[in-house]
Write a protein that binds this ligand. Structure first.
Ligand code: COA
Length: 359
């Protein structure tokens, strides 16, 4: 058996016969086949070639990304990913390895991970982070140091991460909401939130943020990097301005995605004080609940429920059968309370792991 690792660069196109397009499709095929296997045959977590390609292209200026494909006797067997921001926290990289079920336990992941770690170390990276799905399994458990959540301790991915010296820092809950069942209660949730949210005005829009709101939304977006619970994970405050917001929105909207915004404004100052976003995927039914934030000085007025219920109502009009997926830190009780009330139910635990090396 020979294992060869090749780089997968961002191709000019994803859909032609070029070597680059072929590699992109092979890389995504590995990702989707592993995902289908891990989700017990559910293909709705797949990423389309087009979606992947437009995301890859959009990230080129702001992120350094290494994508690799492991070939066993010439056939794709696994894929590697390492990524770091070029804007902030440049010494922190995210790392991920996936191996097709029939090629496991032959050192493929080790070959991928060793190379990714080495190449990122050469760029000055000293902290590695990995977000890993953990499915229920019997046996010993590993608890997060936050005190919220635990994962099965004996799975291949946990054994591998521990063997590399990673420690679990935080557990996120991945949950899902089915609009067909949750939809009818949204109007009542919205009305209830509106009764408490006195002195605030709600606005929703589709696509890029209107120019007059960009500065305010950029300022709120920046707070996501400091206000969302990060447990012991290394991170840095992000600087956002209107131009960065526009770049982020374009990266989401490229490749045909739709983005729904709901924002609450303080009626006295006209400042944007809370927002939430929903983003579509190439599967018309599958949507992702992205960022939600209520400014620290405006909490306790049900603004989180207000913006989320309003945005889900906008989605209901567009795609009444939508499934909405989201991730929240298990210790983020205020956000989970809103999501649980709306009908989100847990489908998986995601562990945030970290390996800190001394420079
Ligand atoms: C985790 C995963 C990547 C391992 O791939 P793999 O090619 O089988 O892993 P390797 O053969 O290179 O083994 C690497 C190390 O993982 C650990 N490991 C992997 N599978 C194991 C198992 N079934 N039992 C015990 N340890 C295991 C061992 O420490 C092993 O090192 P060793 O053989 O020197 O003892 C693979 O199971 C997978 O793709 N899982 C789903 C996706 C995922 O969770 N990825 C992890 C993201 S970081």
């Amino acid at each position: 058996m020979t294992v060869e690792i090749v780089d997968v660069p961002v191709p000019e196109r994803w859909d032609d016969d070029s070597e680059g397009a072929r590699l992109l499709r092979a890389w995504i095929d590995v990702r989707n086949r592993v995902s289908e296997h891990e989700w017990g045959g559910d293909t709705s977590h797949a990423l389309s070639y087009r979606e992947a390609w437009s995301q890859w292209r959009a990230a080129v200026a702001e992120r350094e990304t290494i994508r690799t494909l492991a070939l066993v006797d010439g056939e794709p067997a696994g894929r590697g990913l390492a990524e770091r921001s070029l804007l902030e926290a440049q010494t922190v990289a995210e790392i991920d390895a996936l191996v097709l079920p029939q090629h496991r336990r032959r050192g493929v992941a080790r070959a991928l991970v060793d190379q990714l770690l080495g190449r990122m170390r050469a760029q000055g990276v000293t902290t590695f982070q990995a977000w890993v799905d953990h499915r229920p399994a019997p046996g010993p458990r590993l608890a997060a140091p936050t005190g919220f959540g635990e994962v099965p301790a004996g799975s291949p991915e946990v054994r591998m991460l521990l063997a590399y010296g990673f420690a679990i820092e935080q557990i996120e809950r991945m949950s899902e909401l089915h609009l067909a069942t949750a939809g009818p209660a949204l109007a009542e949730h919205l009305a209830e939130a509106e009764r408490h949210a006195v002195g605030y005005r709600l606005e929703t829009w589709t696509g890029a943020t209107p120019p007059e709101h960009r500065d305010g939304l950029a300022a709120l977006q920046a707070r996501m990097s400091t206000d969302a619970p990060a447990a012991g994970l290394d991170h840095e405050a992000e600087a956002w301005d209107a131009a960065r917001l526009l770049r982020y929105e374009e990266s989401e909207l490229q490749g045909g995605r739709t983005m729904l915004w709901a924002t609450a404004f303080d009626e006295t100052t006209a400042a944007a004080v809370a927002f939430t976003t929903l983003v579509s995927s190439d599967n018309p039914r599958v949507w992702y609940q992205h960022n939600t934030l209520v400014h620290g000085e405006h909490r306790g007025h049900r603004l989180g429920m207000l913006v989320k219920a309003a945005n889900l109502r906008a989605l209901l009009a567009l795609e009444p059968d939508a499934i909405v997926r989201t991730w929240n830190a298990e210790e983020n009780r205020p956000m989970l309370r809103v999501n649980e009330a709306l009908g989100f139910a847990a489908i998986c635990s995601a562990g945030a792991w970290q390996l800190q090396e001394t420079p």
